[in-house]
Design a protein around this ligand. Structure first.
Ligand code: COA
Length: 138
């Protein structure tokens, strides 16, 4: 299996949705909201992808300023290709695009919660999320 990795190579909305479904991450993403999925892939400014020939088999979808913070909004690997080093490589290639002070920040899916510590991430109790639709209070 020869996997090719690409930085900011075009990924269509259908390819992106297909990968989310095949990785199981689709259960946790609004994959039936086409407008949302179009927007997430087209507005990401650092997308590292993994390909088996023409098939998209992995993605690290980042939103970043390249200097201070990179929010890794999706990390997904096709279930038939998991645990073969693709996820790790997607993250190291992402990191290579960033400046020396730039952090990677993400919210883990429950099934992947123990994955990140072994790669060197630290857990942060002070991460806060304001859910969509919640009005900022006083
Ligand atoms: C989580 C995910 C991105 C990891 O990518 P991957 O290519 O399968 O993982 P890698 O091959 O890079 O794994 C690196 C190491 O972590 C381990 N690992 C992989 N998935 C793991 C998990 N879910 N939990 C704990 N450890 C895991 C691997 O066994 C491997 O260990 P090794 O180096 O000792 O062999 C991928 O399995 C996936 O897409 N899962 C479903 C969607 C998901 O949960 N995405 C994360 C959203 S935050």
């Amino acid at each position: 299996m020869a996997i090719t990795f690409k930085v900011n190579h075009p990924v269509t909305t259908d390819q992106f949705i297909g990968l989310l479904e095949s990785s199981s991450l689709g259960e946790r993403r609004p994959i039936h909201d086409r407008d949302c999925m179009d927007g997430t892939i087209s507005n990401s400014n650092l997308v590292v992808s993994a390909w088996d020939d023409e098939l998209l088999v992995g993605i690290a979808r980042g939103v970043t300023d390249f200097h201070y913070a990179c929010y890794l909004s999706d990390l997904a690997v096709h279930q038939h290709y998991q645990r073969s080093g693709i996820g790790k490589r997607l993250q190291s290639l992402t990191q290579e695009q960033l400046g020396p002070l730039c952090k990677l920040i993400l919210i883990a899916a429950p099934a992947a919660n123990s994955y990140y510590r072994r790669l060197g991430y630290t857990h942060n109790d002070r991460c806060w999320v304001l859910d969509a639709g919640v009005t900022i209070g006083n």
